[in-house]
Design a protein around this ligand. Sequence first.
Ligand code: MTE
Ligand code: HPA
Ligand code: MOS
Length: 776
Amino acid sequence: MNDRIASAALATSTAQVGVARPHESAHLHVAGEAAYIDDLPELAGTLHCALGLSPVAHGRLESLSLDALRALPGVVDILSAADIPGVNDWGSIIHDDPILAHAELSYLGQPVFAVIATTRDAARRVAARAREAMRIEPLPAMIHHREAHAKGRYVLPPMHLSRGEARAAIEAAPHRLKGSFEVGGQEQFYLEGQISVAIPKEDGGMLVHCSTQHPTEMQHLVAHALGVHANQVQVECRRMGGGFGGKESQSAPFACIAAVAARRLNRPVKLRLDRDDDFLITGRRHCFRYEYEVGYDEAGRVLGAEITMVSRAGHSADLSGPVMTRALCHFDNAYWLPDVAMHGYCAKTNTQSNTAFRGFGGPQGAIAIENIVDSIARALGKDALDVRRLNFYGQGQSTPYGQAVEDNVIHELVAELEASSDYRARRAAVAAFNAASPVLKRGLALTPVKFGISFNVKHFNQAGALVHVYSDGSILVNHGGTEMGQGLNTKVAQVVAHELGVPFEHVRVTATDTQKVANTSATAASTGSDLNGKAAQDAARQIRARLAACAAALHGGTPAEVRFGAGQVTVNGLTLPFEELVAKAYQERVQLWSDGFYATPGLSWNRETLQGRPFYYFAYGAAASEVIVDTLTGEWRLLRADVLHDVGQSLNPAIDIGQVEGAFIQGMGWLTMEELVWHPKTGLLTTHAPSTYKIPTANDCPAELRVRLFENANAEDSIHRSKAVGEPPLLLPFSVFYAIRDAVSALGGHRVDPPLDAPATGESILRAIAAVKAAP
Ligand code: MTE
Ligand code: HPA
Ligand code: MOS
């Protein structure tokens, strides 16, 4: 049934989509009653696991002597690599990630053995003595990606994406700019750390409660580790206390270790990481280093660009390949780059294996061109917004990877924000303030976002759902997506309530469970509601069609005329409660449950040439931020941020605005305060706790954070014409970073390009200030 006819069959006044409503678990979140995995009642006999970690960044493990540790109080068993019955690997794409290290130790923090004890405390005390059990021959460690790149050490072959003749275009251009830039990584800092509880079941079965964005992948990896089939492993996740990409792949080693221990001891085993261990073991957003050269004209139009991006992948591949692909596919951001050559290198270092984090390389790709455009504007003495706008995609243009930019709304969106944020008047006010203020400097920047929506691995763009209508009229939905606070379950329940014309409260969404919906994709790439919303809609429509047929058979009229809305069904002039029709349909032996399926149409991607249509559509946005910087101390504050963001036709504006606000502050943390420091010799991540790793808090939110949603139905037939919202707004706080750069630049009368890397910590800002002051 096509969308228009389908929605015509619903009374619009009873719409369940497009309305602001609280998160389906909000009442539980605020009361402390939402159950996370550590809150599940422990079964009798539950054992606890803690991990013994590599104390060196690189070394050969010559021997592991666990007997002394085994004798310590509370210890039930200690497992090492040799005790894994199946495959000792959790690498999802490239199989280079041992569950427990053996022979070679490749980063400081790598799990080597698992202590199983009667209490968590006892397990941790013993695991902390890991060094005593290991004899290690140290090997030279490569900590920095710059060094690894210089030596040609990568986890994957280099990637190249180009269009036209970049070199020739740069050389022929009236102006040239050459530079380098760095951005740091970022810890996901989910409030609920990594956790798995494995419960052995009869006849070789295993149930794993796992805090994961990817239950199906956990199912397969646990099956491999145990040496059993997927149908013997069940993975369940009701909700996560945040994932942010950190539980897309990296929940795996913990699920595998808990399951291996549970199988061996035939008892439930819980593995809940301590925060410091979580930092030391798991990876995070990739740090990137860029070397670029561009050619541009008098007006500031980019004519040719060449860029080398080097990411710190860590010791293994994990998701570094698709992350780099997304970085390359977002270097254009909202800009037409006629001739361009991009080169991506995933450097192999003796550090944690970096992974997905909100934006998945997109932010790292796009910030490079923003840095370039910002520098071009300064070199030409123009307002950066004018140079940005001049480079925006126009009609009929396509991305360097060959996808036409058909749904472009960046011109209208930026024009609206420019007016609503009072950009021009505030630019003049900032200049006036700076002229009179030698130490405190203000800065202002307005930056655009274009973000491609879909997994950049085509086959992941599918989803399934299961909808049950019970004979009392209550409804249960299950789908392949996972809830991590983003409101996916709320949106899916709204979609189902809307299709069946019942109040939202009649629909309940349950835990994601590999025994209910099979072969699911990670809840990632912001596609959760696009994919699972459509799959659930498909299931609900099948049930509605059967109910309509039943109603017409019982009461006359045609099925097409049957109306569902406000918990009522109208058939042939008669109105009856939804529950009553359901009860009758059950008596008539109508199937009242259905599965549903969805696969995103129109995608194509060539992994060799990096060409095709990887994205179903683009999401757009822009933000204007104003900061004040103390140029003596490097301290700064965000005074005001205005955001206009495109979520298509919002499924739930309250949740979408929450996503935009959260992503804005999280992205601001990445670019300004969150700093990862590895000891250059030992390779210890010294910032492995909140004492030294600072994420933004409520105090860092500006007094004025004005977030609005842009009026714009998705041009594609997405679920109710909405757009994905999870990741794109993480790029909005580029405006904060470039406002800081603008403020520093004011010190030198905007004649010197401040060499500011991210994160723009106080120290980094002071270095940029010193360079501006020292410039001739
Ligand atoms: N919002 C909250 N509250 N917690 C999270 O962990 N993860 C983000 C984003 N928003 C996250 C979040 C990331 S990385 C992604 S990919 C999307 O949510 C995933 O959910 P969606 O596809 O349903 O938007
Ligand atoms: N985002 C998140 N996860 C992914 C992607 C992506 O684009 N591609 C493959 N895994
Ligand atoms: Mo989000 S980084 O795609 O989990």
